[in-house]
Design a protein around this ligand. Structure first.
Ligand SMILES: Cc1ncc(COP(=O)(O)O)c(C=O)c1O
Length: 393
C-alpha cells in the first residue's frame, strides 16, 4: 500500500493563516508604502522581542540569569539569509584576504557569503554526534589570517557555542552564527543569534518561519554594529540621513514591506509550531529506537533543538530513501555533497584536507517528513515503513 506523506507541506499552515495573510497584504498595498516602512520596523522589533522572550526567563529558557547583561538584540530585516550572512560578516570586519572558519556540512550560502567579500572559507569538520562545527577541528584550522567563524545551527540544533566562543576569545575571532535553520533554538538559556557578534536568519518559505518569497534578518546586540548592518543593507545610507548621501559602499538588500507584513502574521505562531515540531521529533525518536539508524541528538542539558529537519543517519541510506519513496513517503538528502567538494569550490585551497565526519554525514544522512501540521499517525506510518525496510533486507 502506498501513502502520500510529503517531506514538507505548507498547505495546512497557509489554509489556516489565509485570512490573516490576505489582510496583511491588503494593508501594505493600501498604505502605498513598500520599502522600509512601518511593517519592517515593527517586524524587526517583534522578532528581536521573540528572541529575547525565548531565551533567559522565556518558555524555553533554562532559568539562568547570568546572561542578562548581554543586552537586547537588534534585528535588521534583509532580503534573504545569504545576504544576512554577507552583511553580518562585512559589519564585523571581514574583508578581502581574510579567512573564515565554516563547516562544510551546510548549505553552500554559509561559504559563498564569505567568498562574496573576497575572503576565503576554511572548511572545518563537524562533530559526529551533533553534526555542527567541531571546536577542536576549528582550533586546528585557525591560522594567522583567520578573522571570523560561522558556526551553523544545523537542522535546528545549536552548535557548541561555549567552546567556540572560548576559541574566538583566545584567537580574537568574530563570530557570526548561521541561524537560517534555527529560529528560536536555545543554547544554555540563550537564543541562537544572540550569542555571537551577530546572527543571520533566513525566512526562505520552507524554513521554520518562512516568508511569501525571500527574506532574512541579521541580529546583533551592539547598537553600532546594528547601524552598520542597517547601512550595509540600504546602499550605505545612514539611518535617518539624507537620501542621496552614502557613508559606506553598501548594497541593496532590504527586507520589503510585503514580506515583513507576512512574517509578522507568522511570528505569532512560531512558538506553537516549534512545540509541534518537537512533538513530531519525540514520536519519531520513540518509534525508531532499536533500529540500525542513528537518531538526532535531542539536545544537551539547556539546549533546545527546533527540528527544522528530522535527520537520521543510516549506512543503507540510499536504499532506505528508495524504499520510502516507493511507499509514497517524502524524504530528502541534506546534504549529498559537502561544500568543499562542490565544483564551485574545487579551486579553493582546503585546510585541513580531511573532513571525515562531514563525508560520513553526506553518505548517511536522510531527512524524514517534518512540519508542524504533520499528524502523529503519519509519523507512525513513516516509522512502520522504516521498520518494514529493516525486517526484509
Ligand atoms: C544553513 C543555511 N545558511 C544559509 C542559507 C541561506 O538562506 P537564503 O536561502 O534565505 O539565502 C540557508 C537557506 O537555505 C541555510 O539553510
Amino acid at each position: 500500500m502506498t501513502t502520500n506523506i510529503p517531506l514538507l507541506s505548507l498547505k495546512a499552515q497557509h489554509e489556516r493563516l489565509a485570512p490573516e495573510l490576505r489582510q496583511a497584504v491588503v494593508r501594505v498595498v493600501d498604505s502605498g508604502i513598500f520599502i522600509l516602512g512601518p511593517e519592517v520596523k515593527q517586524f524587526e522589533a517583534e522578532f528581536a522581542a521573540a528572541l529575547r522572550a525565548c531565551g533567559i526567563g522565556g518558555s524555553a529558557g533554562a532559568g539562568r540569569t547570568d546572561f542578562l547583561t548581554t543586552g537586547a538584540p537588534h534585528a535588521v530585516g534583509v532580503s534573504n539569509g545569504t545576504d544576512a550572512l554577507r552583511v553580518a560578516l562585512e559589519a564585523v570586519g571581514v574583508g578581502p584576504g581574510d579567512e573564515v572558519l565554516v563547516p562544510s556540512f551546510t548549505f553552500i550560502a554559509t561559504a559563498t557569503a564569505v567568498s562574496a567579500l573576497g575572503a576565503s572559507p576554511v572548511f572545518v569538520d563537524i562533530d559526529p554526534v551533533t553534526m555542527t562545527m567541531n571546536p577542536a577541528a576549528a582550533a586546528a584550522a585557525a591560522g594567522p589570517k583567520t578573522k571570523a567563524m560561522v558556526p551553523v545551527h544545523l537542522f535546528g540544533y545549536p552548535a557548541d557555542m561555549d567552546e567556540l566562543l572560548a576559541l574566538a576569545a583566545e584567537k580574537d575571532l568574530r563570530v557570526v552564527e548561521d541561524c537560517a535553520q534555527a529560529h528560536l533554538t536555545t543554547y544554555k538559556g540563550r537564543t541562537v543569534g544572540t550569542i555571537g557578534d551577530a546572527g543571520a536568519f533566513s525566512f526562505y518559505p520552507s524554513k521554520n518561519m518562512g516568508a511569501a518569497g525571500d527574506a532574512g534578518a541579521v541580529t546583533v546586540s551592539d547598537p553600532e554594529l546594528a547601524e552598520a548592518v542597517r547601512q550595509l543593507r540600504n546602499c550605505g545610507r545612514e539611518t535617518g540621513g539624507p537620501a542621496y548621501r552614502h557613508v559606506r559602499v553598501g548594497q541593496n538588500c532590504r527586507l520589503d514591506e510585503l514580506q515583513a507584513a507576512v512574517l509578522r502574521v507568522k511570528l505569532k505562531y512560531l512558538p506553537e509550531w516549534t512545540a509541534k515540531r518537537r512533538a513530531v521529533a519525540l514520536r519519531y525518536s520513540q518509534n525508531l529506537q532499536g533500529l540500525p539508524v542513528f537518531l538526532p541528538d535531542p539536545g544537551r542539558s539547556g539546549t533546545n533543538h527546533t527540528f527544522h529537519l528530522f535527520v537520521i543517519r543510516c549506512d543503507r541510506r540510499d536504499e532506505l530513501a528508495r524504499h520510502l519513496t516507493e511507499k509514497g513517503i517524502g524524504n530528502g538528502v541534506y546534504y549529498p555533497i559537502p561544500v568543499h567538494r562542490q565544483p564551485a569550490y574545487m579551486e579553493v585551497r582546503i585546510r585541513p584536507t580531511a573532513l571525515p565526519h562531514t563525508e560520513e554525514a553526506c553518505r548517511t544522512a536522510l531527512a524524514l517528513p517534518m512540519f508542524p501540521e504533520l499528524e502523529l499517525g503519519a509519523v507512525d506510518a513513516v516509522c512502520q515503513a522504516i521498520k518494514d525496510f529493516f525486517k526484509h533486507p
